[in-house]
Design a protein around this ligand. Structure first.
Ligand SMILES: [Zn+2]
Ligand SMILES: [Zn+2]
Length: 349
């Protein structure tokens, strides 16, 4: 059997589809021994310009293009290395800074609206600063000094010039740049549409829904409230009363779901303290996920008290390693260890 692999482009209305497969040029023995032919890849022989009949009614496949997988922290460190960004000693710290400043969240890291706005603003107003080349150039110059291939003065002169031009540029566009970044920071404060307003028919003048947003209070406290709240006229039926407390600024918060997939009532957040694992917070107190969480917390407390009482009764003090819920508590690696083993961060699997 002789086959030829081919690709056919088929126009249907305004769309072009294509199919790859093989065309049988000479069936040879397969004309008799039909099992040799694989129906999967075989397409009929077509002529250019030939018109084709649709076999049955057209149909749509309900599928979405999958986004590429997120880059893990370990892979990010590799990419930085490939592009000459940072050094072995600083790469993990650079990534940590992205988290600390709220440019990324989650693991694998996902850019926040602030992070995206930051990149776009620099890209639009001071494009050179948004390239890895500029940083890489500075870094490689440092290496050159260390290797004795160039002098400190020469490198200083070049870097000074380079930074001078870019900062002047930056200074001129300061306001536009800030505006763009602020709007990104604002966007990060929105958690999701308010269901109470939705049901009451309250919305923005342009028809967009009122949203719940994070409100920063004095002393590092935080709460959420609805955009539909009327400060001057809070008791009016047009004012939305939905609000509540949120963990303070010592915690990282980010939107997990605009509307909780469990109760369907309120936005759901991921909360992460300085230590410990992130946990999920639904703003609806009555959400089954929150009821379950409170129950588990209560059980843990009771178990802990029972253990304490037992330890007190038989006279043996503590002395054992600290455990949570019977499991040994995992210590977070210190920054030093994390730096020495960048590729073995939690996400590098
Ligand atoms: Zn509302
Ligand atoms: Zn919920």
């Amino acid at each position: 059997m002789i086959t030829e692999s081919t690709r056919a482009d088929i126009e249907a209305g305004s769309e072009t589809y294509f199919v790859r497969g093989s065309v049988v040029v000479d069936p040879g023995y397969a004309a008799i021994y039909t099992y040799a032919r694989s129906a999967d890849e075989e397409i009929p022989k077509l002529e250019e310009g030939q018109s084709l009949e649709i076999d049955g009614d057209p149909w749509m496949v309900d599928k979405e293009t999958q986004p590429p997988l997120r880059i893990s922290q370990g892979r990010l460190i590799e990419l930085m290395e490939e592009r000459g960004l940072g050094t072995k000693a600083t790469r993990a710290d650079i990534i940590q800074k992205l988290y600390d400043r709220g440019y990324v969240f989650g693991n694998p890291p996902e850019p926040s609206e602030t992070g995206i706005a930051m990149y776009r603003a620099f890209h639009d107003y001071v494009p050179r600063m948004a390239t890895p080349e500029m940083t890489a150039e500075l870094e490689s110059d440092m290496d050159q000094i260390a290797a004795g291939k160039t002098t400190k003065d020469e490198v200083l002169r070049i870097s000074r010039e380079m930074l001078h031009t870019t900062t002047t540029e930056l200074e001129e566009k300061r306001e536009d740049l800030a505006k763009q970044i602020w709007s990104g920071m604002d966007e990060d404060k929105f958690l999701g549409p308010c269901k109470v307003c939705e049901e009451a028919g309250r919305k923005h003048e342009d028809g967009s829904p009122n949203r719940l947003r994070i409100i920063e209070l004095k002393g590092g406290k935080r709460m959420y409230g609805c955009e539909g709240w009327d400060r001057d006229n809070p008791d009016s039926p047009d004012s939305c009363p939905v609000s509540g407390p949120l963990p303070g600024r010592g915690y990282d918060l980010w939107r997990l779901e605009e509307r909780c997939s469990i109760c369907g009532e309120m936005p759901r957040l991921t909360v992460k303290g300085f230590r410990g694992r992130p946990w999920k917070l639904c703003l609806n107190d009555d959400c089954p996920s929150m009821v379950e969480m409170r129950q588990k917390r209560e059980e843990r407390k009771r178990a802990q008290e029972a253990r304490k009482a037992a330890a007190g009764a038989d006279g043996s003090g503590d002395g054992a390693a600290p455990t949570v819920n019977g499991r040994r508590r995992r210590r977070k690696p210190s920054p030093q260890t994390a730096r020495r083993k960048p590729a073995r961060s939690k996400s590098a699997k």
